[in-house]
Design a protein around this ligand. Structure first.
Ligand code: ADP
Length: 357
């Protein structure tokens, strides 16, 4: 008797929270039918009464080009891959206007049936601000690219004008080399910003073909060999063939090797391993640096994400390198990740399908 009154109390409490929450709440079944909705949900969609929403399908309020988002949510949740899932999508309001929203769904079971408790937050304002920021970054990086390239080329030309054997003040030589290095770093930052904009706008196409890993690694590692401070050890069969966009895969490996140098400066040996696993080729770049805390590993591949440790903050970067790598690998149908524990180095890996799709 006491248990059932406790159950009733819990149910009333849940109902009150569900109804009064300022965030749109709804309960859906596995076919995305709306079984229950709170008033915030009704208002979010621009309606007045719950009856206008309950009994419909969430896809009725979703523009066709965003239906795939709900399919992803359905797949993730109802295949029981995870008990909760969150993504950003768009919904059409009663007056036809589009709102951007963050959808979070949590699965629960009742009488042997599975349901999704879903919250929907209007994030249209944040979306517009993000678009404006992206637009600014895109225009600014395009505008910066040409003068910085001219600057770099002109300094290199000046360097070449110095006749072999000419007596020239050491200080001038050093300053000129410093200017070339600075312009080189600027070019790399601008290229990362441009790549990000292109990826965001879906302007990146892949030029796929077969290539051998050995010659590619030599290309990727030339700059490391030139520095002289690091040794790159390749473990694997150099004649192993990969299928993909050679230039972009090179970009990924260079990025991972550069990060190993940047974030593990005391680790003088960097290992690159290539192997075939479960029908995929897996490339791993390993260092013996400080490694990465578990709490940061999840976000490393997000745009602009940087670890907030003091020693990392002092190393310059935009937090775009790994995001670009992840986008390139995803577009190849592969996966990317990191295995690391603090103080024990980092193993960044990616996989590529062995066969053309
Ligand atoms: P950036 O280098 O511009 O910060 P990245 O996307 O390449 O951007 O890297 C994101 C973050 O991941 C870095 O800020 C750094 O904290 C961490 N990181 C990347 N590679 C390593 C590594 N090999 N060892 C430790 N931390 C790393």
């Amino acid at each position: 008797m006491q248990d059932s009154s406790k159950d009733n109390n819990n149910q009333t409490r849940f109902k009150t929270i569900f109804e009064l929450s300022p965030v749109g709440n709804k309960i859906i079944d596995s076919s995305l039918n709306i079984l229950q909705a709170n008033i915030a949900m009704v208002k979010l969609l621009g309606y007045d009464r719950k009856e206008e929403i309950v009994g419909t399908k969430i896809l009725d309020f979703t523009p066709p080009e965003f239906h795939k988002d709900w399919q992803i949510l359905q797949q993730q949740l109802w295949s029981h891959n995870s008990s909760s899932f969150s993504l950003e999508s768009a919904l059409v309001r009663h007056d036809g206007s589009l709102i951007r929203c963050r959808i979070t769904s949590i699965l629960f079971e009742e009488h042997g049936e599975t349901f999704g408790y879903t919250t929907i937050e209007d994030v249209t304002e944040q979306f517009i601000l993000r678009q404006q920021k992206d637009e600014f970054i895109s225009v600014a990086s395009h505008e910066l690219k040409t003068p910085v390239t001219t600057l770099k080329t002109n300094i290199q030309l000046l360097q070449r004008l110095v006749k072999p054997g000419a007596v020239i003040d050491q200080k001038i030589t050093r300053l000129m080399q410093g200017a070339v290095n600075g312009a080189g770093r600027l070019t790399m930052l601008i290229d990362d910003l441009l790549s990000t904009t292109r990826l965001e706008h879906g302007e990146v196409s892949l030029n796929k073909g077969w290539f051998e890993i050995g010659p590619l690694l030599e290309l990727c590692c030339d700059h490391v060999a030139l520095q002289g401070n690091y040794e790159l050890i390749y473990a694997g069969d150099p004649s192993l063939r990969l299928y993909g966009d050679q230039f972009k895969i090179e970009q990924v490996i260079v990025n991972l090797v550069n990060n190993a140098i940047k974030y593990a400066p005391t680790s003088h040996t960097i290992y690159v391993k290539a192997e075939t696993l479960d029908g995929m080729t897996r490339i791993t770049v390993s260092d013996q640096g400080k490694g990465i805390a578990k709490k940061d590993q999840h976000n490393l591949f997000d745009r602009y994400y940087r670890v907030k440790e003091a020693q990392i903050i002092n190393i310059s970067g935009l937090g775009l390198g790994l995001y670009i790598c992840a986008e390139i690998i995803k577009r190849h149908g592969g996966q990317i990740g990191v295995d690391s524990s603090e103080g024990k180095g980092a193993n960044f890996w990616f996989t590529l399908p062995n066969e053309p799709a």
